[in-house]
Design a protein around this ligand. Sequence first.
Ligand code: F6R
Length: 613
Amino acid sequence: MCGIVAYLGKSDAPSVLLNGLRRLEYRGYDSAGLAVMDGGRMVVAKAPGKVAALNDRARADWPDERFNRAAAGIAHTRWATHGPPTEANAHPHLDNSGDIALVHNGIIENYRALRSRLEKLGHVFHSDTDTEVLAHLIGECHHGDLFRAVCDALHQVEGTYGIAVMSARDPGKIITARCGSPIVIGIGDGETIVASDAAAIIGHTRQVIYLNDRDIAEITAETVSIRDLDNVPVDREIAQLAFDASAAEKGGFEHFMLKEIHEQPEALRNAIRGRLDFHLGTAVLSGMGTSPRDLAEISRVVLLGCGTSLHAGLVGEYAFEDLADVHSEVQQAAEFRYRNPILGPHDMVVAISQSGETADTLAAVRESNQKGAFVMGLCNVVGSTIARETGRGVYLHAGPEISVASTKAFTCQVSVLLMMALKLGRGRRLSREEGIRLAREIESIPDLVAATVRQSDHIAEIAAHYAGHEHAFFIGRGPLYPVALEGALKLKEISYIHAEGYHAAELKHGPIALLEKGTPVIALANAVPGQDKTLGNIEECRARGARILGIVTAGDSRVTGLMDDFIEVPPCHPLVASVPSAVALQLLAYHIARHRGCEIDQPRNLAKSVTVE
Ligand code: F6R
């Protein structure tokens, strides 16, 4: 989604800002812009499309000296919400005087009322955006002190924001603030860099400060001073950024998505390492902050998430019920937050979010905290808002996920949920022997995934048969039903093929009407309980001319002759089978999208972290 970079140093601000924006490209966006201070004047360049277009525009418009000399600037990648992705709607936006520039992530909900008030005062607007209203409002509140002006303006807005503001009247400083949209400040040597995502800061410094909601900071190249919106100074600790710069490079792969699919055995090893106790047959997840007694008192597990994280939760639901004998349910976070959920201290809420910044999941966490539930996070990004606001939980340690389509986060989420269920199960009904057996199964996940990844070339060949279709169905049952949903999501988001995931039994309740000769049906037909029924459902599809691609267990003779194509995954426990099967479908989606020539890492209209409702 939208990205912010702001910089104060000695020189070269445009180059630093453009590099920072490139690091944020993976988040998804449709226009970009930057403003720099040049000899006391605010200079702005914007362009629809990619950062490369902005770079060309700025270099064409600005003399070389401006690139080398400018020491301060703010920049933005915009993911359109209010108005199309045009140059006029791209950020930065200026106030009425043209002296103040602002970049903004989030949504100003009362922008219409503010705009009409400002128009009556003579302000003239040039865009359709909510953001421009905030720039004008800051200008209206500016009576000599930029910090004060931003503070006063923010008191009048409703909604969410992460912002960076710069004024020609206050050179050498930038004001940044957050409420619901992340801001991280990197403290370098004679330079300060602000961003909405730590990826833009690496290469400059590892020392960072994460702002909390309602924090507002005044920064110079040498200093950072933070207050809350009531103007009371606040202390925020300096954290050490643990970000491997190589994670932001493709490392010889054609796409980040393919690299991240291949990284999964290692990512899974990192997620699992040191977390299984083979003596007691349990999982060691100290971040959950629970004693066996606490665990015994949990009467319900509520798993929250959106998109791929929601699908991981659906696999988790089976695991908690099967292994821990505890009532478990999955809720779509956007729905949950508004439905007045019934929660209490014996409900364990697990918020699943790769980014830890998804607006709806965060709001659901806040609602769960409010209701006194036992809330924990399952996040990948260390220090993210959900991780901090839950205060307890488990990190994935999957490493940065750059591709918009989530891959390694999903498999690590499922693996960690299995470990959570094992831990909960051992506090309840699972015997030590069963626990040890399960721990061994979980330990084998990285190898199962490595065996699946090795089939990438075979899957690429199969993909050629499916790349020309415009519709596809994915079916599965039990813990493989969520994998069908996830397989369909992967395919539609990166290949733009219309794909639907269904419970295998559900097709004949309606969707089967759409099957005709050659319609692809991708069936999760692994040798797990329920397979008989799925094979029956496959026969129903075949009878109507569908082309069947099966995900099957290696060596399973029961599927012979039933499918046009198949991808084998190694034999394993039914719950664990969801992981390598999902990897097979990730590779299928990847190779189909590649055959279709799609922009795999940055699919149209999509954003990596969805920080608006
Ligand atoms: C799909 C995808 C999204 C995310 C969803 C939640 O490939 O990545 O569906 O899973 O936006 O994001 P997080 O996990 O960051 O909360």
